[in-house]
Design a protein around this ligand. Sequence first.
Ligand code: ZN
Length: 302
Amino acid sequence: MYTNSVEILEVAPRDGLQNEKTVIATDEKVSLIARAIAAGARRIEATSFVNPRAVPQMADADEVAARLPHHDDVTYVGLVMNQRGAERALATGRIDQLGAVVVATDTFAMANQNQTSDGSVDAARAIIAMAQTAGKTGQVTIAAAFGCPFEGEVAEERVLAMVESLAEAGPVEIGLADTIGVANPAHVDRLVRRVRDLVGPIPVRVHFHNTRGTGLANVWAAVAAGARTIDAAIGGLGGCPFAPGASGNVATEDVVYMLERAGFQTGIDLGQLVETNHWLGTLMGRTLPGMVARAPVFPKLS
Ligand code: ZN
């Protein structure tokens, strides 16, 4: 991969929608995915296979998977927390990559997935193995890697110990998630570099929420430190049902604008993202948090 290209993992269909109070129809979810692909997205977090009582918005995961548009060059990620979720995702036959989630603190791990932090690492290793056995790939995201809504500061050593253990399972990448939007660019720079130093060729993905306005600065710091995949949600939708006060992901259109203007290639068309932001806003009945879609087009189209 060229050093000036950055991959966007579109997470609006999962992280973006999961905290929405009104249930979005399966049709609309499939349309959102199709629009993201039309704009150029090639890896999409399509849904999560979790208990529908815990996350009602994802209750149609199997149906969304069955209706995913067929594109040979698109990788569909299904988020799973345990063996049962992994079995469901694999049984659809449409999920290319299992995304496991581990949590850096025990209190949040219990709230999010009823496991200890160590238990979540064991579960993720098993999920990655199941993906590999099924001929798919597995990746993992460390939630609350930059701070926990319950326990506060998270030690970098804790995150690095988890990374080391997870790396043994052979994930195709390791993600660092700022689930509650408390990270700052210096912290991001340090942690991304330390993870890269520790597990070498395994790529680092980052996941930022813009809860305190540091989202784009954190993306920039992560890219400068060598992260090559950025999670982002069209419109800046998102939140975590189990993290008090969590708000939207960095907006895909804002990330694409910043990176492309700075000379990076994302392969994603900004105009189509802005259109999709407006379509989603109409669907949700509100203006979405993303900034670029609310601003005049720059530079002007000739
Ligand atoms: Zn998130």
